[in-house]
Design a protein around this ligand. Structure first.
Ligand code: CA
Length: 227
């Protein structure tokens, strides 16, 4: 389900947006001032941000500027008030993808949301994510792994686990993070499950799985992929 963060300080707007966006099948989260909006954007995953301009604590422009400066590429639609023509231009210059002027019709908003999301997926063409990990050449885009030209069988979960470790290479990743990221709170999953998967990955990657040099155990924390 696609997640939308709505950063908006007016309760009536929030309620209206929540009902309508949820009805359209989106998952909706809220922040009611710029600071908490910024925090949410930096710490959670969203597919789109609806960002009011006039906000307490940090205005929408500053939020937009700050998250773009951090390299966040999530599409942003600004919610501007009537008569703020200059704001629109400024907002787009600051990295917003589009704007909607209040009061807006629901249909217009939904059309813009869909258009911006479509553009954002189109502008990220299939990035081929390939990595050399130990003796393996791993292609995370099409879930294939080769060792000396021979394809290695790996499960979807093994790919996901390896992908996450690789994206966080040379950093310790906690078992809790792995549970959240890879197993997404599936029932019956324990940290023991992760350890078992790590054993399987080591057998495929490490020269000597009993003396791992690539996927290291970080005691009391989790694992670290060294490259
Ligand atoms: Ca406002």
């Amino acid at each position: 389900m696609q997640r939308i963060l709505v950063v908006e300080d007016e309760p009536s707007m929030r309620i209206g947006l929540k009902d309508n966006l949820e009805f359209e099948g989106y998952e909706v989260e809220f922040a009611d001032d710029g600071e908490s909006g910024y925090k949410n954007i930096m710490t959670q995953k969203f597919d789109l941000i609806l960002l009011d301009v006039m906000l307490p604590k940090m205005n929408g422009f500053d939020v937009c500027r700050k998250v773009r400066a951090e390299g966040v590429k999530i599409p942003i639609i600004l919610l501007t008030a009537k008569g703020e023509e200059i704001d629109k231009v400024l907002g787009l210059e600051l990295g917003a993808d589009d704007y909607v002027t209040k009061p807006f019709g629901l249909r217009e908003l939904l059309a813009r949301i869909k258009a911006v999301m479509r553009r954002s997926t189109e502008s990220q063409p299939d990035q081929i994510e390939e990595a050399e990990i130990g003796s393996l050449i791993v292609n995370f885009s099409n879930y294939s792994a080769f060792n000396n030209g021979n394809e290695i069988a790996m499960s979807h979960k093994e790919f996901e686990l390896l992908h996450f470790l690789w994206k966080n290479k040379n950093k310790a990743v906690s078992r809790d993070d792995l549970l959240k990221e890879i197993w997404n709170q599936e029932v019956f999953t324990t940290t023991r499950t992760i350890d078992n998967f790590i054993v399987k990955l080591r057998q495929k990657i490490e020269e000597d799985p009993n003396k791992p040099k690539i996927i290291l155990t970080v005691h009391g924390v989790g694992y670290k992929l060294i490259l």
